[in-house]
Design a protein around this ligand. Structure first.
Ligand SMILES: Cc1cc2nc3c(=O)[nH]c(=O)nc-3n(C[C@H](O)[C@H](O)[C@H](O)COP(=O)(O)OP(=O)(O)OC[C@H]3O[C@@H](n4cnc5c(N)ncnc54)[C@H](O)[C@@H]3O)c2cc1C
Length: 454
């Protein structure tokens, strides 16, 4: 009797899941999720992502039960727990999805070593991205570092066909299922008050509604920050509740689909880059001199949404309330921290990872590098003027009013940069820096660092 273990990581779905489909070819399947201690220890645990994860695990368990199975849950050291379940169930193979971070790769390598010793195989499958990282290389055989040429290859490449959900996932007899933990047992930090529900059902429902109501206008409206017209698919894509391949395949030829699928390509682009260069989670792709800022009062004001720049503050308060920020505003707040306040991108990226429900090492760290000018931006010295951005992408000020209550009764255009008297009347802070002066200093630092380079 053959038994296979399907280890779920951040691929928490039954549709288009090549690893699960392969495991279901055995007579018995153990669908396993190990809550890796590494992700629930230490100061950077993200209650928002844990809340979403728990929803997703419960939903996955329900889908597996409909197929004659159930989710087996363990907690501890990932490799040890997977190996133990293989031993207890008498399985001879582990199927899982290939991932890109340095940690995920090292963890899988260790499992392969243990498997070779204990006599079980480990097979890694695609599923985390549309096109597997490393499948597309430049003409000279290197990893793409520029988005546009990557996109041209990616959109014309042959994609694999989505895999149907398995009909049956029969469990072996007498396996201890364990249980999905309660959030309070994992962290004392309360999640943000307005989080979406996690899970494949919630993700598919979100995509269905959004496709019917907003996809057609995506190309025109995705930068309208008040309209909030983007898909909010990011957390579902991060934990694999929806398949990026299935989403991209279904939507690419629909009205509005091309612009949307181009954004999904950014995700693949950053994933292939991190897979090839895992150190980019910490180090600059293009070093440009060391920023001098630290986690000081200015950084605290940025985190709290108290910089005196209404669009920046609205974004940072959206992050606290929803564990989410609109993409345009993420670019503005990241540019402000790294260029106006001269704080290293790593500090901002860490704060985002503590709160973002879609926090994702590849997307977060490499977008931070893009905004800081150390990454893949073809124009790395680009600066976002927070007041101009506000006037352009939130012209009526509705996004600001939604999150910055002190300015709720201020009209546009004044809301983008209220006079000092109006600020103090409403208890809203003065501007932390003079943007023009801060950027002049940023340019002087950049020029000095360029001329010091050999
Ligand atoms: C400083 C900074 C940090 C970021 N951190 C993250 C992060 O931790 N996790 C994350 O998923 N995205 C991150 N992004 C990218 C982007 O902001 C979010 O993916 C997007 O806002 C999610 O909203 P949505 O699903 O409604 O996007 P949509 O506009 O509907 O886009 C659809 C999907 O495309 C992908 N996508 C869109 N824009 C980007 C992008 N610039 N880079 C990579 N993928 C993209 C996402 O998977 C997204 O869900 C970051 C961007 C910046 C500037």
């Amino acid at each position: 009797m053959s038994t296979a273990v399907a280890v779920f990581t951040r691929d928490l779905r039954v549709r288009d899941h090549p690893a699960l489909a392969a495991a279901c070819e055995a007579e018995h399947v153990v669908p396993l999720f190990v809550l890796d201690d590494v992700f629930v220890r230490g100061p950077d645990v993200c209650a928002n992502r844990l809340r979403f994860l728990i929803d997703a695990l419960e939903d996955l368990d329900a889908s597996l039960r409909e197929r004659g199975g159930a989710l087996v849950v363990r907690r501890g050291r990932w490799v040890d727990e997977v190996a133990r379940v293989v031993g207890d169930s008498g399985a001879d193979v582990v199927h899982c999805s290939d991932d890109v971070s340095g940690y995920a790769k090292a963890r899988l390598d260790r499992l392969r070593t243990v498997g070779a010793r204990q006599g079980f195989g480990v097979v890694a499958h695609p599923g985390i991205t549309v096109v597997p990282p490393g499948a597309l290389l430049t003409g000279s055989g290197t990893t793409y570092q520029m988005f546009t040429p990557f996109y041209r290859r990616w959109i014309t490449a042959t994609w694999r066909r989505p895999v149907p959900a398995p009909k049956r996932c029969p469990l072996p007899a007498a396996i201890d299922l364990g249980s999905v933990p309660a959030l309070a047992t994992l962290t004392k930090v309360a999640p943000s008050p307005e989080l979406p529900a996690g899970g494949e059902r919630a993700g598919l429902a979100r995509m269905r509604t959004w496709t019917a109501t907003a996809l057609g206008d995506y190309g025109e409206a995705h930068d309208d920050v008040a309209a909030d017209m983007t898909s909010h698919a990011s957390a579902y894509l991060h934990l694999g509740c929806v398949s990026p391949l299935e989403v991209a395949t279904r939507l690419r030829d629909r009205a509005g689909g091309a612009a949307f699928v181009r954004q999904v390509c950014w995700r693949d682009f950053f994933h292939q880059l991190l897979a090839a260069r895992p150190e980019l989670a910490r180090r600059d792709l293009r070093p440009s001199g060391k920023a001098s800022g630290t986690e000081d009062e200015a950084f605290a004001a940025w985190c709290a949404g108290q910089t005196g720049f209404p669009l920046v503050d609205a974004g940072m308060r959206q992050l606290q309330r929803e564990g989410f920020i609109h993409n345009r505003v993420r670019m503005v707040v990241a540019s402000f921290l790294t260029k106006d306040l001269d704080v290293p991108w790593q500090i901002g990226a860490r704060h985002f990872m503590r709160l973002l429900v879609d926090g994702d090492v590849a997307n977060n760290q490499l977008n931070w590098q893009w905004a800081a000018g150390t990454g893949t931006d073809a124009n790395p010295h680009r600066v976002f003027n927070p007041i101009r951005q506000s006037e352009r992408f939130d012209p009526e000020g509705d996004y600001i009013r939604r999150y910055v209550r002190e300015l709720a009764d201020v009209d546009a255009p004044m809301i983008h940069d209220p006079p000092d008297l109006e600020r103090s009347r409403r208890g809203y802070p003065l501007k932390l820096v003079d943007h023009a002066e801060a950027i002049a200093q940023y340019r002087a630092r950049r020029n000095a660092s360029a001329s010091n380079r050999p």
